[in-house]
Design a protein around this ligand. Structure first.
Ligand code: ADP
Length: 589
C-alpha cells in the first residue's frame, strides 16, 4: 500500500464514507423491487463510486426478468465485448472460490484489450444469487476502502435481489393463484351453465313426459271402448273416463270388485267364472256380458282381456277393453230374421213344383173319407142295419180326417209364416215327411228312390221346418239334375248316419248331370244357376240354414255320374257337426 498524506487519507476515507452512505441508501430506490432496475443501478453506482474499468454481474438463476449476465466497461465504450464474451472468459472460475481466482486477467482480447486486476465477489453466502466481478487496470486495485465498498455493494445487491426474488416469487405465486382462481371460476361458471342446461333439459323432459301422459290419457279416453286394468288377483285398479261415463259411477266405486255391480245379474256368475279361468291360464281371453248404462239400460258387450308380462314372463297386470256389440248383435238378429224370411219365400216358391204331390197327399185321406162315409151309410141303410160295421167305418173316417188335417198342418208349417224354433229334431222323420211330399213328383220324373236311414240316430237341435227345407231343396235339385238323363237309371239315394267324430249327417246322391268339380263352391253362391227357370238361391239359403245350426253343407262329384250333397250337424248332446265332423270321412252314409 502506498504511503499517503494524512490529509489525502482523511479525504479518501470521507469519500468512502459518503459512498457507503450512498450504497446503504440504494435499497430505498429499489422499493418497487424490479430486478432489472436493481442490477442496473448496482452496476452504475459501482462504476461511478469505485472508478472501475469493468463490472460483470452474473445471476445463477433468473430473477424476475433481469438479464442473467450484465457488464459495464469504462475503457472500451466503442468496442466493448459483449457480456457473453466476458462470461466465457471468466467461465473457468465462475464456480470457484474467489480465493482461487487469478489476481489479473487480460480482458477484451485483441481489440483494445486490457490487463485488469480483478476482484470476484459472491452474491449470497455461497454464491447462490450469483457473482459480481470488478476489474480495474490501475495499480493498487483494489484498495481496502474499495474492497469494503464492493463487498458492501455485493451484500446490498444480494439483499435486494433476494427481496426481488421473493417478490417475484410472490408475484409468480399470486399470478398462479390468480390464474388458478380464474380457471376455477371459469370451471365453476361452466359447471353452473351445464347444471342450468341440464335443469333446462330436465324440465323439457318433464314437460315431454307430462305431454306424453296427457296424450296417452287422451288416447285411452278416446278409444271407442271401455278400457280397464286389474291387478293379478283380478281386482280392478283403472277405468277410462268413457267407462265411468257409461256406468255413471266414480272410479272409487268401481275399484276392487265394485265393477261387478254394473254387470247384469244373470251374466255375472258366468262372467266371473270366465274371468277366473282366463287368469288361471294366464292367456288373453274374451267373454260376453250385459253392462248397465247410467240410465239403467243394459247393452251387450264383448269383454276382451290381455295379460301384461314382466321380463321373466310372469303376468303383472291385465288390460281389458269392453266393446259395445249391442248394435252389431241387433244387426245379427235382423240378418237372421231376413235369412229366415228368405228361406220361407224360397219354400213358398217350391210349392209350385209340388202341387201334384201336395194334392196327392191331401187327396189320399180325402178319398178314404169318401169311401168310408158311403160304406157307413150303406151299413146303416141295410136291414137290419150293420151298426157295428158302421161304427168301425165311422172311426176310419175320423182317422182319415185326422190324417188330412195333419197333412194340412204340415203344409202350413212348411209354407206358412212362423218364427225360428230350436227343438229336438229327428232327422230321419224330417226326411220321411219331405219324401212324403215329393214322392209323387219323383215318380212323375221316373226317379227310383232308395232310402238308407240309420237306426237309433240321435236328435239334433234346431228348426225342423228349416232343416226340412234344406232336404227338400237337395231332393228337388237331384230330381232336376236327372230330368234329362235317359241313358241310365235315374237313381236317388237318401242316407243318414252318425259321424265317428260325433254329430249326424245326411247325404243326397243322384245319378244326374253332375257339376264341374272346379266350380264346386260357386254352386253355393247366391243367384248362381244353370237352369233357365232357376233362381240360384236354393243352395245359398240351404247353406246359411245349416251354418246357423252350427253345421256344414257341401257338394262332392260322384265317382260315376251325378253328385252327392252332404250336410253334417252337431247332435243335441253337443258333439260336433262342423269342421271336425266333416273332416272325418269314416261313418259317412
Ligand atoms: P237353382 O236350383 O234355382 O239353380 P240352387 O241354388 O238350388 O238354385 O242351385 C244352384 C245350381 O247348382 C244349379 O243351377 C245347378 O247348376 C247346381 N246344382 C244344384 N244341385 C245339383 C245337383 N244335384 N247336380 C248337379 N248340379 C246341381
Amino acid at each position: 500500500m502506498e504511503a499517503e498524506q494524512p490529509g489525502a487519507e482523511i479525504q479518501r476515507l470521507q469519500l468512502c464514507i459518503n459512498d457507503l452512505v450512498g450504497i446503504l441508501a440504494l435499497p430505498a430506490t429499489w422499493v418497487r423491487g424490479e430486478p432489472p432496475a436493481i442490477v442496473e443501478s448496482l452496476l452504475d453506482s459501482l462504476m461511478r463510486m469505485v472508478h472501475l474499468d469493468l463490472v460483470y454481474l452474473r445471476l445463477r438463476d433468473p430473477v424476475g426478468d433481469a438479464p442473467r449476465e450484465l457488464v459495464r466497461f469504462d475503457r472500451w465504450r466503442q468496442d466493448a465485448p459483449r457480456p457473453q464474451e466476458v462470461g466465457q472468459l471468466l467461465s473457468p472460475w465462475l464456480d470457484a472460490d474467489p480465493q482461487a481466482w487469478p489476481a489479473r486477467l487480460a480482458i477484451g482480447g485483441t481489440v483494445g484489450g486490457a490487463d485488469l486486476a480483478i476482484l470476484p465477489q459472491r452474491l449470497g453466502l455461497h454464491g447462490e444469487i450469483g457473482l459480481l466481478v470488478a476489474g480495474a487496470a490501475r495499480a493498487g486495485f483494489p484498495r481496502e476502502t474499495e474492497r469494503l465498498l464492493i463487498s458492501v455493494m455485493a451484500n446490498q445487491a444480494t439483499v435486494g435481489l433476494q427481496g426481488a426474488r421473493h417478490l417475484s416469487e410472490q408475484k409468480r405465486v399470486a399470478e398462479e393463484l390468480d390464474r388458478r382462481v380464474a380457471r376455477r371460476t371459469a370451471e365453476l361458471a361452466a359447471a353452473n351453465a351445464e347444471l342450468r342446461r341440464q335443469m333446462a333439459e330436465r324440465r323439457q323432459a318433464e314437460e315431454a313426459l307430462a305431454a306424453n301422459e296427457r296424450n296417452l290419457d287422451q288416447i285411452i279416453n278416446s278409444i271407442p271402448g271401455l278400457v280397464w286394468s286389474t291387478r293379478t288377483d283380478g281386482t280392478a285398479e283403472f277405468f277410462n273416463q268413457r267407462y265411468l261415463d257409461y256406468v255413471g259411477r266414480l272410479s272409487g266405486a268401481m275399484q276392487g270388485w265394485g265393477w261387478a255391480a254394473a254387470v247384469h245379474p244373470n251374466d255375472l256368475p258366468g262372467l266371473i267364472d270366465a274371468w277366473r279361468s282366463i287368469r288361471a291360464q294366464g292367456r288373453s281371453g274374451e267373454a260376453e256380458a250385459r253392462l248397465r248404462r247410467f240410465d239403467g239400460a243394459y247393452r251387450r258387450f264383448l269383454l276382451r282381456v290381455n295379460p301384461l308380462h314382466d321380463e321373466e314372463g310372469a303376468v303383472v297386470r291385465w288390460f281389458g277393453i269392453n266393446t259395445d256389440i249391442e248394435d252389431w248383435k241387433e244387426a245379427q238378429d235382423e240378418l237372421r230374421d231376413t235369412q229366415a224370411e228368405l228361406a220361407r219365400v224360397t219354400r213358398v216358391m217350391t210349392m209350385g213344383q209340388l202341387t201334384a204331390s201336395i194334392a196327392h197327399e191331401i187327396n189320399q185321406p180325402l178319398s178314404g173319407i169318401m169311401t168310408n162315409a158311403s160304406t157307413c151309410l150303406r151299413m146303416l141303410g141295410a136291414d137290419p142295419p150293420n151298426v157295428a160295421g158302421a161304427l168301425e167305418t165311422a172311426r176310419r173316417t175320423i182317422r182319415d180326417g185326422k190324417r188330412a188335417s195333419d197333412v194340412i198342418a204340415r203344409l202350413r208349417d212348411l209354407f206358412g209364416k212362423r218364427g225360428t224354433a230350436a227343438e229336438a229334431v229327428d232327422l230321419n222323420r224330417a226326411t220321411e215327411e219331405v219324401i212324403a211330399l215329393t214322392s209323387t213328383e219323383l215318380q212323375r220324373c221316373g226317379v227310383s228312390l232308395r232310402m238308407e236311414l240309420a237306426d237309433d240316430l240321435p236328435p239334433v237341435t234346431g228348426d225342423r221346418v228349416q232343416l226340412q227345407q234344406v232336404i227338400l231343396n237337395l231332393v228337388l235339385n237331384a230330381a232336376e239334375a236327372m230330368r234329362d238323363v235317359d241313358e241310365r237309371q235315374r237313381e236317388l239315394r237318401i242316407a243318414t248316419g252318425r259321424l265317428e267324430a260325433g254329430g249326424v249327417c245326411l247325404a243326397v246322391t243322384d245319378s244326374g248331370v253332375g257339376f264341374d268339380p272346379a266350380a264346386v263352391e260357386t254352386l253355393f253362391n247366391p243367384f248362381y244357376t244353370t237352369k233357365s227357370d232357376g233362381m240360384g238361391i236354393g243352395l245359398s239359403v240351404s247353406r246359411s240354414i245349416v251354418q246357423n245350426h252350427q253345421g256344414r253343407l257341401w257338394a262332392e262329384p260322384n265317382e260315376g255320374a251325378g253328385a252327392t250333397f252332404r250336410l253334417s250337424l252337431p247332435c243335441r248332446d253337443g258333439s260336433p257337426g262342423g269342421m271336425a265332423a266333416a273332416a272325418g270321412q269314416a261313418g259317412h252314409p
